[in-house]
Design a protein around this ligand. Structure first.
Ligand SMILES: O=C(O)CCC(=O)C(=O)O
Length: 307
């Protein structure tokens, strides 16, 4: 149960820190699983290589790529060790209070290193069916060094009125992204909001609101790990309305969904023949444009300043 003070803090700041929430024994089960998976590299686990931006199955990583900073996606689909932590009963009850609904685990990210991800709000990408009906948790799997690119966040930014793209939804439309950036930058400035950093101890948990601006700060020492498990949760009401497949677990439900799609990168000879120039240039153009905006944003507008 949350105290009145914690509820008030959440309402005002859009995040909560739960120090020493998990024991070393609980955390070590996930650390051990991660280590095992990096040895076994299963064929059904999808990773995002943050250095090359390639998405592939773990089994397809080269020996060199295995040393890159990678996001390992959705291990909760196949591994109980992850569900036991992400949907721990005590944690689920807290998330239930914050969401005023039963939490449904819908995504997990297993990270050994910092992400340096630009500042964003999760509703841009993991848009909840009902506004605000999403929370995320960041579970520290080891002590985080300030030079390892800690999670950064802007307290109070969850109160910025939701930006709606031309579709009427908070879900990002790529070519309207600069307008979103501008809007958020102005709001942050107007409200004099300031960036903070989460440098937890192993077992600490950070919970954030769907609309809280957050990201990964600059990694100052590339040799440092920053092991964490990041989780996103929708509400049971939304998931039932959307007819998602739900499976009961200790502190809520998990969403049974297919693993992320991996788009084959190297076209076969047959596919190559079928490719047409406009299609390629359109994709390239859209990628370049996005990267351009993201780089601009990272550099000029909201660059996490580091510690
Ligand atoms: O852990 C991080 O550096 C950022 C994680 C994040 O921004 C997210 O999962 O939405």
């Amino acid at each position: 149960m949350l105290t009145q003070e914690q509820k008030h803090f959440w309402d005002e700041n859009g995040y909560l820190i739960l120090p020493a929430f998990f024991s070393a024994e609980q955390i070590d089960k996930v650390v051990k699983l991660h280590r095992r998976l990096w040895e076994e590299c299963p064929s059904n686990v999808v990773v995002d290589d943050m250095e090359t931006n390639r998405r592939c199955y773990m089994i397809d990583l080269s020996e060199e790529e295995k040393n890159h900073r990678c996001k390992v996606n959705d291990l909760y689909l196949n591994y109980e060790e992850i569900r036991d932590l992400s949907l721990n009963e005590r944690l689920g009850n807290i998330l239930g209070e914050l969401l005023a609904d039963v939490p449904v685990l819908c995504n997990t990210l297993s990270l050994d290193y910092g992400t340096e991800q630009f500042l964003h709000v999760d509703s841009l990408y993991m848009t909840p069916f009902t506004d605000h009906a999403l929370v995320a948790t960041w579970i520290a799997l080891e002590d985080c060094h300030p030079n390892a690119g800690p999670l950064c966040y802007i307290p109070g930014s969850h109160k910025i009125p939701i930006y709606r793209f031309s579709s009427g939804s908070p879900h990002v439309i790529e070519n309207e992204f600069p307008a979103w950036q501008e809007y958020m930058a102005e709001e942050v400035k107007k409200n004099n909001l300031k960036e903070e950093f989460f440098t937890p101890k192993k077992g600490d948990v950070f919970i954030w609101h769907a609309q809280l601006l957050h990201g990964g700060s600059a990694i100052k020492d590339l040799n440092l790990t920053r092991k964490s498990l990041v989780n996103h949760y929708f509400t049971k009401t939304d998931c039932v309305n959307l007819q998602s497949k739900l499976v009961r677990w200790d502190g809520g439900y998990w969403m049974n969904k297919p693993v992320l799609q991996v788009v084959q990168e190297k076209p076969t000879v047959e596919e190559k023949k079928e490719e047409t120039k406009p299609e390629i240039s359109q994709i390239e153009h859209s990628l370049r444009t996005t990267l351009h905006y993201f780089r601009l944003w990272k550099r000029d507008v909201f660059k996490p300043t580091g510690l």
